[in-house]
Design a protein around this ligand. Structure first.
Ligand code: MF3
Ligand code: CO
Length: 249
């Protein structure tokens, strides 16, 4: 069942989304060669708590940190570590979630560390653009898979692939609610979109093939071919006036 939110509930989700967006501003400033992914986790956790918000990931199904920090061929769910030191030319996907007043905001960005290769820059641009093409379809009267299709089309037009094994999701009082939102598929399928739906749309786009595997730690998701991957995510409310991105300042 897809839970519709009232205007007041969407306001609370906006407050959560703004904390997440501010945490991303902080992370963006901190990312440079020599910084560890654990440094980023500590800074974000401290910031979220200072806003009287609650880190959404920490303790979720046993997840040990407040962010996911996924470098290069890591697709999602990289666990922050003092041993992962950022290097010039790498990319890092940072995923952040926070609860405010009982509602969750969830957003991921992939950042370059210093200067990256042109193909890598294109991967980042394309994944962000695919996210916004998906968001553009989050309109009353469309169907859910119109979002999926728009994301896939954008990524594949540039020669990249979209991950199949992980999907976006409804979001609200829980981080994960119905529906699941694949990043691929034909348009015109699935439930009709309604005012009051709140969705986390999150394309994961690979340079190589879409196949991924989970490492021994049961969290870290990597590409099978070890080529690099990017991840962008926003929490979006569907309103009669169109999609409203809650995780942008
Ligand atoms: N944005 C991710 C998601 O929607 C973050 C979850 S990481 C976890 O699934 F550790 F909390 F699971
Ligand atoms: Co998410």
């Amino acid at each position: 069942m897809i839970i519709l939110k009232s205007a007041e509930e969407i306001q609370a989700m906006l407050r959560a989304g703004q904390v997440v967006a501010q945490a991303h501003e902080l992370v963006r400033e901190l990312i440079k060669p020599g910084v560890t992914t654990l440094d980023l986790d500590r800074a974000v956790e401290e910031f979220i708590l200072k806003q009287n918000a609650i880190p959404a990931f920490k303790g979720y199904q046993g997840y040990p940190a407040s962010i996911c920090a996924s470098v290069n061929e890591v697709v999602v769910h990289g666990i922050p570590s003092k041993d992962v030191v950022l290097q010039e030319g790498s990319i890092i996907s940072v995923d952040i979630g926070a609860f405010v007043d009982g509602f969750c905001g969830d957003s991921a960005w992939t950042y370059p560390v210093g200067e990256v290769d042109p193909e890598v820059q294109l991967l980042l641009q394309t994944t962000e653009e695919a996210l916004f093409q998906g968001i553009e379809q989050a309109r009353v009267g469309n169907r859910l898979s119109d979002i999926s299709h728009a994301v896939q089309k954008c990524a594949e037009e540039r020669g990249f692939s979209v991950v199949r094994d992980f999907v976006g999701h409804g979001i609200g009082r829980n981080m994960h609610e119905a529906p699941q939102i694949p990043n691929f598929g034909p348009p015109g399928r699935g439930p009709r979109l309604k005012s009051g739906m709140t969705l986390a749309i999150e394309p994961m786009v690979n340079v190589g093939s879409y196949h991924v595997q989970v490492l021994e730690d049961n969290w870290t998701v990597v590409t099978r071919d070890s080529k690099w991957s990017a991840h962008f995510e926003h929490t979006v409310a569907i309103t009669d006036e169109g999609p409203v991105v809650l995780t942008i300042l």
